[in-house]
Write a protein that binds this ligand. Structure first.
Ligand code: CA2
Length: 171
């Protein structure tokens, strides 16, 4: 008996082509430097360094380059986003942390780049307090991945690479 065909196959570099090592900017917002040290029941046991290391591995497998950063400061995040087109970034992966629910400045910055952006969350904000249900940043994003813990970052990268491949007409 043959095993059933997977409906959502894993994406690999041979499935998608996004041009010569497309550059992805990954931004994590406030307090995410605390990952792995507190609230493991909500945010898991991986540190942000673990997440970044896995993301880099995944990026290599996909044939893209990832530049992963974290800041507690809204203005710094806005500056990084604003600089992205000039720096040749092809797409943005962002976990805006609590700024998700408050920051019109980050929304405007992402929108101004015109770059595809995927919002990622470790937890599922929709299943938590009511104030986490509103995302300003989501309004400038092509998609959102939430609730898969650290895997949300890898899944978000896979999705973003697919969007880039589709836009470049390569797959
Ligand atoms: O689930 C996510 O990824 C969040 O973006 C995390 C934010 C929260 O405000 C969002 O609603 C959802 C909080 C990040 C704080 O990270 C911590 C990590 C470890 C210990 C304490 C905080």
């Amino acid at each position: 008996m043959t095993s059933p065909k997977a409906t959502a196959p894993d994406v690999t570099a041979s499935d998608v082509t996004v041009g010569a090592r497309a550059r992805i900017l990954c931004i994590s917002g406030p307090n995410l430097q605390l990952l792995g040290t507190r609230e493991p029941d909500v945010y898991g046991r991986d540190t942000l360094a673990d997440i970044h290391a896995r993301l880099e591995q995944r990026a290599r497998a996909l044939g893209v380059e990832v530049d992963a950063r974290q800041s507690n400061h809204e203005g710094t995040i806005v500056d990084w986003i604003g600089d992205a087109p000039r720096e040749g970034v092809a797409g943005i992966l962002i976990n805006p942390g609590a700024y998700t629910h408050t920051s019109i400045a980050i929304l405007d910055a992402v929108r101004a780049t015109g770059l595809p952006c995927v919002e990622v969350h470790l937890s599922n904000p929709d299943a938590r307090e009511a104030f986490r249900r509103r995302s300003y940043v989501a309004k400038a994003c092509v998609a959102r991945v939430a609730g898969f813990g650290a895997d949300s970052y890898d899944l978000g990268l896979d999705g973003l690479v697919r969007v880039l491949a589709r836009r470049s007409g390569a797959s």
